[in-house]
Design a protein around this ligand. Structure first.
Ligand code: PEP
Ligand code: MG
Length: 573
């Protein structure tokens, strides 16, 4: 039996057999070949090409065939075959090496092309190339969609695009070497209600396919090949968790109202339209954050205006008039889109991401704005812009939004004129100038995942510095307080959609600071509602006033824990 301790990223307990999903970069061998071996190497290439082509054709069956069209065309392309043959003759190197050079050269040309269509094919080309290479090196590309039975996923790291194929009914738990509480794997796990422990350093090197694994996402522990006593203990805990969770779910019909009558809104964060059901079953008052970038992470193509319009409209319709806040594309940083090489930034978290990227790609951004405006007729839409750093940036966006509105009016396409337009407060400069921004926005939503990372200079996904990532740091609380006060002084509401909003320890602090709405993974809603319904707003305001002068996050956290225990007996909930 082996035990690993990591970061508790999504609560619950799961037990099952390990499925190792490891995608480390292959080492490409390089050796010279005599002229007599050129034919043999070429034959190897043609065989691998056929195998890759058959594999993709099989994958394409029963799915949206368009996604694979470009790859299939590439496998049949005579130009690729002749390039490989010529390169083998000229370079006299093994075919894996030759192929990598060709993939890099052609991907580079496609990426630099003036044609948007060709630029978008870069990812198809590299995907096809990697597949052929996989066959040459006898390394078939693992895919999460290959999972066919219930498993515990053990991995080094998951890219957002890997998660597209993840089926939450088959993946019972996740254990990963890297990732923190606010990494996208954590967010996905919580939204799909999959227990997850991340930041385990090197668990993927110690576990074999088929090992028995217990993931305790509540405590942040992973047990590999448990003995009988440990297995029995965890089975008991699993039942206890299910019992508590059922009680919390019963709260879903009740409003999030404090004992002295302050009503707040408890909303949900979602990544894809299919999560709306979970929002409703957990009693969400609305959607406080729809991360639209997940639509853009589909391999092989950009979503069209129509794709986006359909996705946004379906969420608005399904929420039947409840508020839906859709955030415009927030790519870059930790959210990488296949086919757009943002990784050239030396420091991606401070680089070309979110609205910075959108403003420099107006043709993409306009499509999204058009789709959003058009969908507004189907429900109660709010549009939100991420990573705003100051008033000028917001002014540029508003100008573009005005132009898109004008364009739709000219085309006689209907949309609502009264859509609230808000911004995320996730850059310290935005919090510091929230008085200025409040005069130019209809609402704020505080994105603590980024606000904490930028104000404390701690990469949100780096487990080595995770101990410094403190939501209760006095510096963070002051920025939150300043933002709420400035918004209220100008009469606009403030929500929070960072993970702090779903942290039960933070609820009374945020309530005491005056937050109007909390948005979180649907699974967290019932517990936060229960806390809010158990306290008075006046008592928490008084308590929180006493926290502000404290000198450290640890001191504040201790005081909050003590209050939660003495006032609510929280540990036994
Ligand atoms: C945030 O930064 O708090 C946030 C909600 O946005 P994301 O986690 O998608 O960066
Ligand atoms: Mg963010």
């Amino acid at each position: 039996m082996m035990e690993f301790v990591g970061i508790s990223a999504s609560p619950g307990i799961a037990r099952g057999r390990a499925f190792l999903f490891i995608e480390d970069k292959p080492t490409i061998p390089h050796y010279e070949i005599p002229a007599s071996q050129v034919d043999h190497e070429n034959e190897r290439f043609l065989t691998a090409l056929r195998q890759a082509s058959d594999e993709v054709k099989a994958l394409a069956k029963g799915r949206e065939a368009k996604l694979f069209e470009a790859q299939i065309l590439m496998f049949d392309d005579p130009d690729l075959k002749s390039r490989v043959r010529t390169a083998l003759q000229e370079a006299r190197s093994n075919v894996e090496w030759v192929l990598v050079q060709i993939i890099e050269e052609m991907s580079g040309k496609l990426a630099a092309s003036d044609s948007q269509y060709l630029r978008e094919r870069t990812i198809d080309f590299s995907d096809a190339g990697t597949r052929i290479l996989g066959h040459l090196l006898y390394r078939p590309k693992a895919r999460l969609s290959d999972v066919r039975e219930q498993v515990i996923l053990v991995t080094h790291n998951l890219m957002p695009s890997d998660t597209l194929g993840l089926d939450p009914t088959l993946v019972l738990g996740i254990a990963a070497d890297v990732g923190g509480k606010t990494s996208h794997t954590a967010i996905l796990a919580r939204s799909s209600e999959i227990p997850a422990v991340l930041g385990l350093s090197d668990i993927s090197r110690h576990v074999k396919n088929g090992d028995e694994v217990i993931v305790d996402g509540t405590a942040g522990a992973v047990i590999v090949n448990p003995d009988d006593a440990t297995r029995a203990r965890y089975e008991e805990r699993k039942r206890e968790w299910a019992r508590k969770y059922a009680i919390l779910k019963e709260l879903r019909e009740l409003p999030a109202e404090t004992m002295d009558g302050k009503l707040v809104s408890i909303e949900a964060n979602i990544e894809t339209p299919d999560e709306v059901d979970s929002v409703l079953t957990h009693g969400g008052d609305g959607i406080g954050l729809f991360r639209s970038e997940f639509l853009f992470l589909q391999p092989n193509r950009f979503p069209t205006e129509e794709d986006q319009y359909q996705a946004y409209s379906s969420v608005l319709k399904a929420m039947r008039g409840k508020s839906v806040t859709i955030r415009t594309l927030d790519l870059g940083g930790d959210k990488v889109m296949p086919g757009i090489s943002l990784e050239t930034d030396a420091n991606p978290l401070l680089g070309w991401r979110a609205v910075r990227f959108c403003l420099s790609r107006p043709e993409l951004f306009r499509l999204q704005l058009r789709a959003l405006l058009r969908s507004s007729v189907h429900g109660s839409l709010r549009i939100m812009f991420p990573l705003i750093s100051g008033a000028e940036e917001l002014a540029r966006i508003n100008t573009m939004l005005g132009e898109v509105r004008e364009e739709l009016r000219r085309e006689k396409v209907s949309f609502r004129e009264d859509i609230p337009i808000g911004i995320m407060i996730e850059v310290p400069s935005a919090a510091m100038t929230s008085d200025i921004l409040a005069a130019r926005a209809d609402f704020f939503s505080i994105g603590t995942n980024d606000l904490i990372q930028y104000s404390l200079a701690v990469d949100r996904g780096n487990q080595r510095v995770a101990y410094l990532y403190e939501p209760f740091h006095p510096g963070v609380l002051r920025l939150v307080r300043m933002t709420i006060e400035n918004a209220h002084a100008r009469g606009i509401p403030v929500g929070m959609c960072g993970e702090m909003a779903g942290d039960p320890l933070a609820t009374i602090v945020l309530l005491g600071l005056g937050l109007d709405s909390f948005s979180m993974g649907p699974i967290g809603i019932p517990l936060i509602k229960r806390i809010i319904r158990s306290v008075g707003v006046m008592e928490v305001e008084t308590f929180v006033r006493g926290l502000i002068p404290m000198s450290s996050g640890a001191e504040i956290e201790t005081a909050v824990r003590r209050w939660m225990e003495e006032r609510l007996g929280f540990s036994s909930w």
